[in-house]
Ligand binder design. Sequence first.
Ligand code: R5P
Length: 327
Amino acid sequence: MTGIVSQDGEKRLVLVSGRAHPELAAAVAKSLDIDLLPTTAYDFANGEIYVRFAESVRGADVFVLQSHAAPINQWLMEQFLMVDALKRASAKTITVIAPFYGYARQDKKHRGREPISARLMADLFKTAGADRLMSVDLHAAQIQGFFDGPVDHLWAMPILTEYVRTRVDVQNVTVVSPDAGRIRVAELWAQKLGGGPLAFVHKSRDIRQPNKTVANRVVGDVEGRTCVLVDDLIDTAGTIAGAVRVLHEAGAKDVIVAATHGVLSDPAIDRLQQSGAREVIITDTLPIPEERRFEGLTVLSIAPLIARAIREVFDDGSVTSLFDGQS
Ligand code: R5P
């Protein structure tokens, strides 16, 4: 029987994965020292998706991993179907793991007659049968409240800061938020990197067009300093490339970019390569195929963190303990 059975034989942990990011699923399974539950998934000619699990999941605590990579709607749908199949197969608990939570940026109405898409995703997971949600660096922490059940909100910051510390002189670092909305996160970063100054970029956005932002100017002490520019995600890299530009114009010595989710939609790779950033650091919450990697891009593994969180949930332990009690 695939999975881990608890010492008293009462519980069974099962990990299943959709097709969006098999490398991450394999790495999480390896960290847990288990095999993924054998699963069949394929598309019909008209695009409908079929899924089936090859073994019983009756009474099991099942963790369903799917990263919401492109084509995002297909992979979301596949995860809904997997959750539905698990519910109908009498899994005891179903935890949705969405390392990158799709539609998270649409977490409020900017204008009338818009959806709140991030809420709808949470409702769809609940309707499908999810008991619990696990995700990494939600675009806005309050999305936790959209799901009616426990949400484990994991932070990539310890993994990213541990690496960044090896790449900078912490005495000369300014942590920079690429917009006013992420200053709180930048503050936590600054604490982790030795308590240096903070800065932020004044960014304006055209809400009528997707991915259209303008970096206006930087507020804070960056002249002659190594700037660590932190964001939750890089999509087309317009935000990050604009921020790197204004930081250089303001006299920054050099710029390191750190973000959790590498969405990297076109033309992100060109923009990042041409941005002048010394290094771009992301995690593998989303697949980063070889042809999209470039010199100066570092991809850190998120699998050990997800595996530890799964283990804490299964053992009725504490996910917060993974973040020094802060999450
Ligand atoms: C915005 O609030 C987000 O945190 C990201 O900065 C943004 O969505 C990234 O998008 P892009 O890379 O297309 O500028």
